[in-house]
Design a protein around this ligand. Structure first.
Ligand SMILES: *Cc1c(COP(=O)(O)O)cnc(C)c1O
Length: 415
């Protein structure tokens, strides 16, 4: 059969900001995904922690289908019923009193950072309270403001001139908090688990110190829960396990289970500093996206969903330790809930992409988190048998990876 499109078309048609692997997923059901060749995989990645309830979840399909027959778009000169229900749900479930809806994580952070600057200019007019403090290795998105705030130079190099008055401090460093945040600081933004750069959880003492220092200096505390939100870590948001409440929280990835939607959650005091016309988004809070997100929250909120995250997390961690006992390739296995990282030992440094490729060949999707860390972000509701099948594929991929690696580094041996 003649194929209409294939992987090679990517290189001809798409701006080369990604380098997708050879296989093209065409269908998903739960945590199974099939590629264009008809081969089946177990999805332990979920996009990047996006499809928290797996693929084609029947309740989500029904919610989207129903709304698609009612109304798709009304714009922001009207409000719509799904978005109001969603706002009510988020407010009832969290610290928040005001919500602003967007389409992505970067856009949620962009709104949070703009709101912080606006809040400062309204509540401390004429002062120089404009500094944004962020952390080394953090990731907050790809708009010009969010790459500037993010703690990885490679994402902002070559895009200057950049927005100013942004400072980066070392992550999890208590000593840096006291001096690094002062009366000039407008807001501090932090991931509770640094996702993209290696699945590094923030220490509780560190997050507590940030809250205290923000209180002392009158700075806003922003939690970027774009990746950790919507049940991923075993509670609706990770801040609930830290017992520390932010002034602003951003979320996106799993909120629509793959249907694009993000949100910025905040208090009345802060949120009311945006007034009509100061910010906006054509598609933010679109009825289709909001209908899906309503159903996502309803499912994640069921006690069995969060209990299931804890159980499945333990299964994953145990499997990784078992694999490591056999093959000795990880120096650390860490994470929260179903956001799990396994850091490669020094001799395998820089090899996480190779490992992910080997696991594809063995029949599962995993992720890298930087060059040295393998990341798992399976569905929160993955069937236990399917999870075990996926972890067996992971083990087979590790075996293949390790033996290839040793053949390449010892070519004279018996490979
Ligand atoms: C993915 C991610 C973002 C960016 O989200 P987009 O939807 O790609 O714009 C921001 N912050 C964190 C912590 C993320 O993991």
């Amino acid at each position: 059969m003649q194929k209409v499109v294939g992987r090679s078309d990517f290189d001809e048609l798409i701006t080369p900001v990604y380098s997708p692997t050879h296989l093209i997923p065409v269908r998903g059901q739960g945590s199974y995904v099939w590629d264009a060749e008809g081969r089946r995989y177990i999805d332990l990645a979920g996009g990047v922690a996006v499809t928290g309830l797996g693929h084609a979840h029947p309740e989500l399909v029904a919610a989207l289908h129903e709304q698609s027959q009612a109304i798709w778009h009304v714009g922001n000169v009207f409000t719509n019923e799904p978005v109001l229900k969603l706002a009510r749900k988020l407010i009832d479930a969290t610290f928040a009193e005001r919500i602003f809806f967007v389409n992505s994580g970067a856009e949620a952070n962009e709104a949070a950072l703009k709101l912080a600057r606006r809040w400062s200019s309204v509540t401390a007019p004429g002062s120089e309270k404009t500094e944004i403090v962020a952390f080394d290795q953090s990731f907050h998105g790809r708009t010009l403001f969010t790459v500037s705030v993010g703690g990885q130079a490679k994402y902002r190099d070559g895009f200057g001139p950049l927005p100013g008055d942004i400072t980066h401090l070392p992550f999890n460093d208590l000593d840096a908090v006291g001096e690094g945040i002062d009366e000039r600081t407008c807001a501090v933004i932090v991931e509770l688990v640094q996702g993209e750069s290696g699945v590094r959880p923030a220490d509780t003492t560190f997050v507590e110190a940030l809250r205290q220092r923000c209180n002392e200096t009158g700075a806003l505390l922003i939690f970027d829960e774009v990746q950790t939100g919507i049940g991923r870590t075993g509670s609706l948001f990770a801040y609930m396990q830290y017992g520390v409440v932010p002034d602003i929280l951003t979320t996106a990835k799993a909120l629509g289970n793959g249907f694009p939607i993000g949100a910025m959650l905040t208090s009345e005091r802060v949120g009311m500093q945006f007034s009509a016309g100061t910010h906006g988004s054509t598609f933010g809070g679109n009825p289709l996206a909001a209908s899906v997100a309503n159903k996502v929250l309803e499912i994640v909120d069921r006690p069995e969903t969060m209990d299931g995250v804890r159980k499945r997390s333990a299964v994953c961690i145990e499997a990784l330790h078992r694999i490591n006992a056999r093959h000795k390739l990880f120096s650390d296995i860490r994470g929260r809930g179903l956001l799990i990282g396994a850091e490669l030992l020094g001799e395998y440094a820089g090899q996480s992409a190779e490992l992910v490729e080997a696991v594809y060949r063995a029949g599962a999707f995993t992720l890298m988190a930087g060059p040295n860390v393998l990341r798992l972000a399976p569905s929160l509701v993955i069937h236990e048998d399917v999870l075990l099948e996926g972890l067996r594929a992971l083990q087979a991929g590790v075996e293949d990876f390790v033996s290839r690696f040793h053949c390449l580094s010892h070519p004279q041996s018996d490979c």
